[in-house]
Design a protein around this ligand. Structure first.
Ligand code: ADP
Length: 500
């Protein structure tokens, strides 16, 4: 096995990989920017190397600096985590050229799967149905109009190099096409340095369901079930769960086999995720491939018992997968809530600063993957994710109950956070019923519009005091609190949102 692995990342995912290394008896080397001198991943790693100033373009994204540090440290392999250089095929090549193992797929597979249009072609060749749309870049606006008329409005203009929900424009009618094409193109150019765009049919109220695959260098490729990631805000995942409440055995097998066929056709090695959009009739359409470990990978780990980060390292070392398809058994249910330093009451504005008070929940069925500690800083330079809170239960109901308990226990002060927002989603009757779609938050969540009057504020203080007293007597269930939240109001009998 490798003796030392360099982790080219920060935050919770760096910590996650340090733990996998430790479980395998591998020394871990961390990298850090000036902003991360005191970060948890730096404290936990066996070694840590400074790579520059806080902006990631001058530190975590600089290939030469990472490669230099890898050489200096004597690491034989680099794990990129997710984000930063994880899906950069140039980085994969640079590792290869230096004789360092990149813990991920070969650069050619990253290149092909990372390009959404190339991936669509590969899927069609592997007989996997894709979201209706174009296979070639759309160059001109009149071309876009013809395509849109063919596939029917609404359409979605997307960046071939897209990611993180950037470079996407929904277009509902012909008159909006020109500005949509221009907008998507310029956003794609500035975000990815690549202005190629293409068009997809914009599906109404789809679910986002993805398949985890992992392949070794000996020709074995296995799917590890699905994750449902339909709870999204601005096309970004907020809550993920596994298994999906929609997917039955047969559908899992069909989606899993489609994902494996596609991975095999691309010569894929290591962990990857094949994402699909699913309509309410359970038809699934290929969306894109993520050629890395996903943020939401732990829900799959919890229901399969497989340590994905460990398997990634083992496969990169050249070992065979330690399981075959028939060994994969799904047991129980897992949920992940992405805990962010952001303020739901002011448009989800990121909230930066010191974590003055911080206590993570624990207890049966709870896992917290975080990269922070009390006194740490949520910096303006990086993604304001505080942690990933995970719950496991023997069924979905128990996983939800335990998640609510953990959210209630979680203590964060110093920065705003989205804990209450998560609670509101989890107790919503449509969530409980498993009726999910990517529009869930838009359809049910109404942020408070009116500024709070003095009388309301006084009422809120009294309510808080009463609740504090009640909580101290341990009589109040989490489900009954916070009844003035707009979420609760949206489904209470008689509410205007209930009439839809
Ligand atoms: P990115 O790579 O930027 O994350 P994706 O292609 O993975 O973009 O899409 C992200 C999300 O955007 C999906 O989960 C879904 O909610 C929405 N989306 C993307 N394509 C479509 C489509 N054709 N129809 C409806 N929603 C879509």
């Amino acid at each position: 096995m490798f003796k030392k692995v360099l982790i080219a990342n920060r935050g919770e995912i760096a910590v996650r990989i340090i733990r996998a290394c430790r479980d395998l008896g591998i020394r871990s080397a961390a990298v850090f920017s000036d902003a991360d001198r005191g970060a948890l991943h730096v404290r936990l790693a066996d070694e840590a190397y400074h790579i520059g100033p806080p902006p990631s373009t001058e530190s975590y994204l600089v290939i030469d600096k990472i490669i230099d540090v890898a050489k200096k440290s004597g690491a034989e392999a680099i794990h990129p985590g997710y984000g930063f250089l994880a899906e950069n095929s140039k980085f994969g090549k640079a590792c290869k050229d230096t004789g360092i193992v990149f813990i991920g797929p070969p650069p050619e597979a990253i290149e092909m799967m990372g390009d959404k249009m190339a991936a669509r072609k590969a899927m069609l060749a592997a007989n996997v149905s894709v979201v209706p749309g174009t296979e070639e870049p759309v160059e001109r606006e009149d071309q876009a109009i013809n395509i849109a008329k063919n596939i029917g409005f609404p359409i979605l203009i997307k960046a071939a190099a897209g990611g993180g929900g950037k470079g996407m424009r929904i277009v509902a009618e012909e008159a909006e096409i020109k500005s949509g094409v221009r907008g998507a193109r310029s956003e794609a150019k500035s975000a990815f340095g690549d202005d190629r765009i293409y068009i997809e049919k914009y599906l109404g109220r789809p679910r986002h369901i993805e398949i985890q695959v992992i392949a070794d260098t000996h020709g074995n490729c296995v799917y590890l079930g699905e994750r449902e990631c339909s709870i999204q805000r601005r096309h970004q995942k907020v809550i993920e769960e596994a298994p999906s409440p929609l997917v039955d055995e047969l559908m899992r097998k069909k989606m899993g086999e489609a994902a494996v066929a596609a991975a095999e056709a691309a010569g894929y090695v290591n962990a990857g995720t094949v994402e699909f959009l699913v309509d309410q009739e359970k038809n699934f359409y290929f969306l894109e491939v993520n050629t890395r470990l996903q943020v939401e990978h732990p829900v799959t780990e919890m229901i399969t018992g497989i340590d994905l980060a460990v398997e990634q390292i083992r496969v990169a070392y050249g070992e065979k997968l330690s399981f075959a398809q028939e060994d994969i058994k799904i047991r129980g249910h897992a949920i992940e809530c992405r805990i962010y330093a952001e303020d739901p009451s002011s448009g989800f504005l990121p909230s930066t600063g010191l974590l003055r008070g911080y206590r993570e929940p624990s207890g049966p069925g709870i896992r917290v993957d975080s990269g922070v500690y009390e006194g740490a800083e949520i910096s303006v330079y990086y993604d304001p994710m505080i942690s990933k809170l995970l719950s496991y239960g023997i069924d979905r109901q128990q996983a939800v109950t335990r998640m609510l308990r953990a959210l209630e226990e979680y203590r964060i002060s110093g920065v705003a956070n989205n804990i209450e927002f998560h609670k509101d989603i989890l107790v919503h009757p449509e969530f409980a019923a498993g009726n999910l779609s990517t529009h869930f938050i838009d359809e049910y969540y109404r942020p408070a519009e009116e500024p709070i009057s003095e009388i309301e504020e006084a009422a809120a203080v009294i309510a808080a005091l009463t609740e504090h007293e009640a909580r101290n007597k341990l009589t109040l269930s989490p489900l009954k609190k916070n009844i003035t939240s707009p979420w609760k109001m949206s489904w209470r009998p008689g509410s205007e949102f209930n009439k839809k």
